[in-house]
Ligand binder design. Structure first.
Ligand code: ADP
Length: 596
């Protein structure tokens, strides 16, 4: 069935620039919706502007012709008159009268429109609309009933989509939500495969996250793009049962079809700052856990790891634009001034109990100003916290005399998140940690099968000179990323943050007859609240190390301890791999652990 969308609005009702803005918004929304559905039968017909209610009526009649050819039309009415009740009532009645004068479809549309407006008005105290339904969700539900297009500000418009089809005004053939809920999974999946139920709407529609996952697997299996394939997701080995999807919903993943089980190994216990801790590692790389475990044994024999926290601050680096370099320079001078900094600091800190701005260094390129906000974020890794705080700080900056500032992007890559960048290596991001251990020469020989001189030489040649000639940024190590990523996945960290978090400089020195080994890791981006740390299996792994959640007595203490453990695990991994390379046993041990 062909769908067309028309946006109608009274031009007198909205100021011209706001109107254009709204048209673009609605148009884009619908367009992306159609694109997401990849449905060539649904077309955006265009947005008609009308200035008089009578024109709405005329357009309605014209579009009815399209309906005669079997097309469903969705009419979007933009009105502006709900903020003032009396005015609103008057206008709504006018609409009703005009629409009723047209056709049966128009009458129904008008009634729906008024009922909707009334309901919205009664639901909100001052007649200001709250967002009650997004066009996406209503559309995905196949709904041809009225749709509130978007919420609006205090003064302005309400948006109502009134839809009708020739055959059935309230119903494009898709059953009501309650009916769908009462169907068996296969029936719902059939609807989904026909495009009547969107994949992403299943949780809301079925109100049962586990069932939504089951049905989604069936829909994917029945999708036409899978018709040539022998593979069925539904009966595949990707597990989906016995998982707490309620925790995932709205927090960790969308369009969920199951979960990916990964083996989790444990290395240690490793003595970190005087306390022994097991290190959980989720990996599919054979030999990795065994190797790290060997490193732990050698380190423990020398008394364990000592760590130092050098800095703790997450960063967000927006880019803002001025008309010229002079204005950008004035803004920078303001930021660097005591008064300016205090203004943004107060604004930033007001957004969180934990966020405490530490610095806001900036650079100018042309007329663009890049500001690197750095803040303590407690036990959270902190990206959400930073974004919230930075938004407020920029608003304070605009109020402080820079209304002409345009915010190009809240993240201007000066942060720098999930991309290799010298600034993280030099200035640090998240937790900056140094860790050190001393391994008795005897242990190097017996447990690591090499000797101190060979190890020191190998480290200098490989991790220092080799990385230097390769032009490395922060890659002065053997395989820090292996340990970092395995711990990140096991503990619900953001695995993409292994990019900066794995930056590491490994050094080895001979002290007497012993080996002194150290790692310097300036950008360990970890948290013990928020993100994937809300999931129970990941929480169990944080519990294993005694770092789950918020440390009430000393906020930030858990995340800092986790960072110290990560660096200590890396130290163990570096020691063991470098020893294997020095002893020439790398290939041998991989053959033993990687090949059955
Ligand atoms: P992130 O900022 O790492 O993306 P979230 O925003 O998901 O993390 O989680 C941080 C949330 O956790 C904030 O709402 C914050 O108020 C709350 N929170 C509770 N305890 C702490 C704590 N000890 N440290 C930091 N945030 C905490």
């Amino acid at each position: 069935m062909l769908w067309t969308f028309s946006l109608w609005t009274q031009t007198e009702a909205l100021e011209q620039d706001r109107l254009v803005e709204k048209r673009v918004d609605v148009f884009r929304d619908l367009e992306s919706l159609l694109h997401a559905h990849r449905d060539s039968n649904r077309q955006l017909s265009g947005l008609d502007l009308v200035s008089e209610p009578q024109d709405i009526f005329n357009s309605l009649n014209e579009t009815s012709d399209v309906s005669d050819s079997g097309t469903n039309s969705v009419f979007v009415l933009l009105s502006t008159h709900v903020s003032r009740p009396r005015h609103w009532v008057r206008k709504s009645i006018a609409h009703l009268l005009i629409l009723v004068g047209g056709s049966k479809q128009a009458m129904l549309a008008a009634i729906i429109f008024v009922v909707m407006i009334t309901g919205q008005y009664l639901l909100t105290k001052r007649g200001e609309f709250a967002l009650s339904a997004s066009p996406k969700s209503r559309f995905s539900a196949g709904c041809s009933a009225p749709i509130l297009v978007e919420s609006h500000d205090k003064k302005a418009a309400s948006e109502v989509v009134v839809a009708h089809s020739k055959k059935n005004k309230n119903d494009n053939g898709r059953p009501q939500d309650e009916e769908i809920r009462a169907m068996n999974d296969d029936k719902v999946a059939d609807l989904g495969a026909q495009g009547a139920v969107a994949l992403y709407s299943l949780e809301r529609l079925l109100q049962d996250p586990a069932r939504a996952v089951k049905v989604r697997r069936k829909i994917v299996s029945r999708h036409e793009c899978m018709s040539q394939s022998n593979f069925s997701l539904d009966s595949s080995h990707l597990p989906h049962e016995d998982y707490d999807y309620a925790k995932v919903l709205g927090a960790c993943c969308e369009n969920v079809i199951g979960y990916m089980p990964l083996p989790v190994g444990v290395a240690g216990p490793l003595n970190v700052d005087g306390a022994r801790v097991f290190i959980p590692m989720a990996t599919t790389e054979g030999a990795l856990v065994a190797s790290t475990n060997r490193g732990c044994t050698a380190i423990n024999a020398g008394g364990g790891v000592v760590t130092a926290l050098l800095a703790d601050g997450m960063t967000r680096g927006p880019t803002v634009r001025f008309h010229n370099l002079q204005r950008a320079s004035e803004a920078k001078a303001w930021l660097d001034s005591e008064y300016g900094y205090q203004s943004i600091e107060a604004a930033f800190n007001s957004t969180s109990r934990f966020g405490r701005l530490q610095s806001a260094r900036s650079v100018i390129v042309g007329s663009e100003l890049f500001i690197r906000f750095k803040s303590f974020t407690g036990d959270a890794m902190g990206m959400n916290m930073m974004s919230k705080g930075v938004e407020k700080a920029l608003a304070a900056m605009a109020e402080g005399g820079f209304e002409d500032m345009q915010i190009t992007s809240l993240s201007g890559n000066y942060c720098t998140d999930k991309k290799s960048a010298g600034i993280n290596w030099v200035e640090g991001r998240g937790k900056s940690i140094s860790a050190q251990a001393t391994i008795p020469g005897e242990i190097v020989r017996t447990a690591l099968k090499t000797d101190v001189d060979t190890l020191v030489d190998l480290n200098r040649s490989k991790n220092l000179i080799g990385s230097a000639v390769a032009g490395s940024i922060g890659g002065f190590n053997a395989h820090a990323a292996n340990i970092v990523t395995a711990i990140f996945i096991a503990t619900g960290q953001d695995p993409a943050q292994n990019v900066a978090s794995s930056s590491c400089l490994t050094t080895m020195t001979k002290v007497g007859e012993d080996l002194q080994i150290s790692v310097y890791m300036p950008s360990i981006e970890v948290g013990t609240v928020g993100g994937g740390t809300i999931l129970r299996p990941q929480q169990a792994m944080l519990d294993l190390m005694g770092v789950r959640g918020s440390q009430e007595a000393c906020p930030g203490g858990n995340a800092q301890k986790l960072a110290r453990i990560v660096a200590s695990g890396v130290l163990a991994g570096e020691l063991s791999l470098c020893s294997a390379l020095a002893a020439g046993s790398l290939v041998k041990s991989h053959m033993a652990h990687n090949r059955k």
